[in-house]
Design a protein around this ligand. Sequence first.
Ligand SMILES: *Cc1c(COP(=O)(O)O)cnc(C)c1O
Length: 378
Amino acid sequence: MGFYTDCVHAGQKPDEKTGAVITPIFQTSTYRQDGIGKHRGYEYARTANPTREALERNVAALEKGKHGLAYSSGMAATDTILRLVAPGDEVVVTANVYGGTYRLFEMVLKQYGITFHFVDTAELSEVERVLNSKTKLVYLESPTNPVLRVTDIRKVSEMAHAVGARVCVDNTFMSPYLQTPLELGADIVVHSTTKFLNGHSDMVGGIVVLNDDATAQKLRFLQNAVGAVPGPMDCFLALRGTKTLAVRMRQHEENARVLATYLAGHKGIARVNYPGLPDHPHHALAQQQARGFGAIISFDVGSLERADHVLQSVRVFTLAESLGGVESLISHPATMTHGSVPEAQRVKLGVTPGLVRISVGIEDVDDLQADLDNALRA
Ligand SMILES: *Cc1c(COP(=O)(O)O)cnc(C)c1O
């Protein structure tokens, strides 16, 4: 089936008993058993819930994977993946990963004897330099937030597999509409469903997709053992969201391309980061490994004061954390997502005081452009 069809139907069929077209919200913690040791596949809702299973099957199909496992947040999903590595093991991580991922690795998991190498994975020589026989996992984010550097997923996967390491890609920024890392050679895909997959900024969740049966079995055990599972209502919302993923992404992308071109031509802007622009350093790679460039753009307006003015002046964009919802959001990475990164490191990453990030929504692009145009008029 095609991607649009899978968005609407994959993993779901009308309810056997009632014919309900939409998978019901199974808001129950436990299930009646027919006798000792006899149940219908459901005993207790941490272990299994039909609404959650429908979401897991649906996103697995979209990511071209066999197994899906849903979690209570993107961070919980990542935490569970990291339980596949043991003390003494090493993990290679994209230097500018999502701030929460950095915090989880450095401030929570490091104390359990796992070594994390944060390198610019867009530079293959940097990856080569730290890979060794102790490397068990390579954790990639591509494109990165907020400067949108792109990692060659296929090449890094080959390099990682050569030393016996797995590759996990955080695909939150692209969604499977634009990029399917498993098809590029990665072993595991992780998402914050909070963002584009749900798309309506009304729940928090995470999901993992993979092909390998043995690893999936381990993760399924951990999902139940650790217990960071999503509630049925949140699964229902995410599943409703994925039905429109393709049409939303098409509009997000179309709007983002228009705004990136507009911003690139604006006199008051020093630099625009968007992989879809021909002068982006990874434009060719982005074009080759993905079906589009996404809806996140960052641009430098020159100073903190000017960034503040822009953020205060917008009327259609909303000043807020997060991304991937139908509504356009605007934020200031240096003080928001990267507030805890030391300034020298921030500047090295390209997160300058004047940098503004937008998550382009699905509103009329003319309204979005007029809003930015007005806010940029100092
Ligand atoms: C938001 C986000 C996460 C974390 O997900 P939560 O659902 O907030 O826990 C991880 N990675 C990326 C790229 C994100 O944008």
